[in-house]
Design a protein around this ligand. Structure first.
Ligand SMILES: [Zn+2]
Length: 133
């Protein structure tokens, strides 16, 4: 079975395969323990997981992009945003540009990651239309 929950630390909907409904697991994004007492839902089939993720995402008001399964570049972007959001609110587009450039993420690609950007309160349109080489 799967356990679907909202990470208490980074507020992301996450899930993991578990053996019992309250089994703790580590958040794949921030590493925080999603402990037994964090409210969660269980699912038996992958399709069911998708549905539960959607329900919880609605609950925390994020858009319906697959934030719970970020890998590679997306995860890197998520971490950058998370880091910036600790110091800045709202996040400075200039700082985001600098950080993503240092991480070798193409700005053109960053602009298309609407789900992640919106999750951090950034309107993708604010990132401009011009690709910065
Ligand atoms: Zn987390």
């Amino acid at each position: 079975m799967y356990r679907v929950a909202i990470c208490p630390s980074c507020n992301t909907v996450v899930y993991s395969e578990v053996e019992y409904p309250t089994q703790p697991f580590d958040c794949p994004f921030c590493g925080e323990l999603v402990d037994f007492d964090v409210p969660s839902m269980t699912a038996t089939l992958p399709d069911d997981v998708v549905e539960k993720v959607r329900i919880l995402q609605d609950e925390i008001g994020i858009s319906k992009h697959g934030l719970s399964r970020l890998h590679g570049r997306k995860r890197r972007l998520f971490e950058i945003l998370q880091d910036l959001s600790k110091h800045d609110n709202p996040i400075s587009i200039e700082k985001l540009r600098q950080a993503t450039s240092e991480a070798e993420l193409k700005w053109d690609w960053v602009r298309r990651q609407e789900g992640i950007l919106e999750n951090f309160g950034i309107d993708p349109r604010d990132l401009g239309e011009v690709d910065i080489a």
